[in-house]
Design a binder for this molecule. Structure first.
Ligand code: ADP
Ligand code: MG
Length: 262
């Protein structure tokens, strides 16, 4: 009885229906169907060219679908501009960090909290008590409290990635889209990013694209495998690793290599 109730209450945060994207006739996505529930942490994997980044491009409004639609909390995202979609609560982290290197982590986070205020006000106006509290909380979450006031250029690659995830969270999105967050990181840095995403998943819905299978194993609950623009398989990590089709098109060739895509 209780289970039925929970199932009914669970709302879909993202629903992709029959999505096709053509680039001059080449179909990067083909009749793709996908959905995830509010509060879910979902990992999407797949070989290079499978359409993973294009999939995020459609959700964020960077690319318009040729056919089908993407719904965020039941609202059709069609023909909305990127900034409108961002304002609805979808935040995206790109593969390369985009932090201001000449500012400190604290200043970077203050800027992200105050998108509308502008750089000048953020740096020279006084942050409110509430803002300061939010920023110190974020610094703690991303594990950069002790490095809060050094120049961001001095951070390691992994620390920059965590800072950028913090900057994304500072904009209070409900859905976080994260494209290959551990490409080029050491094992230790990778593990820390994984722990950060697991912690953030308690309060956010998160969609992560990743190649690094060790990392996927660390964070994954439900995994979606993309191949040639469509969903090849969906299941737990164990199910994914034991599926013959997934092994044939993806795992068989990538178990010994984490060569990244873009
Ligand atoms: P992934 O992120 O899974 O590696 P992408 O979504 O980047 O895959 O790309 C899927 C396919 O679509 C690739 O074959 C790629 O070359 C092609 N593609 C992506 N973006 C464009 C574009 N703007 N114009 C033409 N082809 C593109
Ligand atoms: Mg990609």
């Amino acid at each position: 009885m209780k289970e039925t109730l929970t199932a009914n209450i669970m709302t879909k945060i993202l629903e992709i229906q029959n999505l096709t994207v053509s680039f001059d006739g080449f179909k990067a996505l083909k009749h793709l169907n996908f959905s995830m529930n509010e509060g879910e942490l979902r990992v999407v994997i797949g070989p290079n060219g499978a359409g993973k980044t294009t999939f995020l491009d459609v959700i964020t409004g960077k690319v318009q679908p040729t056919e089908g639609r993407a719904l965020f909390k039941q609202k059709n995202l069609r023909s909305l501009a990127e900034h409108q979609i961002a304002r609805m609560g979808i935040g995206r982290k790109f593969q390369t960090p985009r932090v201001y290197l000449n500012l400190t982590p604290r200043e970077n986070l203050e800027l992200s909290c105050n998108r509308t205020k502008g750089v000048f006000d953020t740096l020279f106006g006084k942050p409110s008590k509430g803002e300061r509290k939010t920023v110190s909380g974020l610094l703690e979450t991303i594990g950069l409290t002790t490095k809060a006031d050094i120049q961001a250029s001095l951070l390691s690659h992994g620390e920059k990635q965590r800072l950028e995830i913090g900057m994304l969270v500072a904009q209070s999105p409900t859905l976080l889209l994260v494209d290959e967050p551990v490409a080029g990181l050491t094992d230790e840095e990778t593990y820390q990013v994984g722990e950060l995403l697991i912690a953030l998943a308690q309060t956010h819905s998160i969609l992560v694209i990743e190649h690094d299978m060790e990392f996927v194993r660390q964070i994954a609950r439900q995994v979606t495998v993309l191949h040639e623009g469509t969903v090849l398989f969906e299941g737990t990590m164990d199910e994914v690793q034991n599926d013959q089709r997934v092994i044939d098109v993806y795992l068989g060739q990538s178990t010994n290599s984490t060569e990244g895509a873009s």
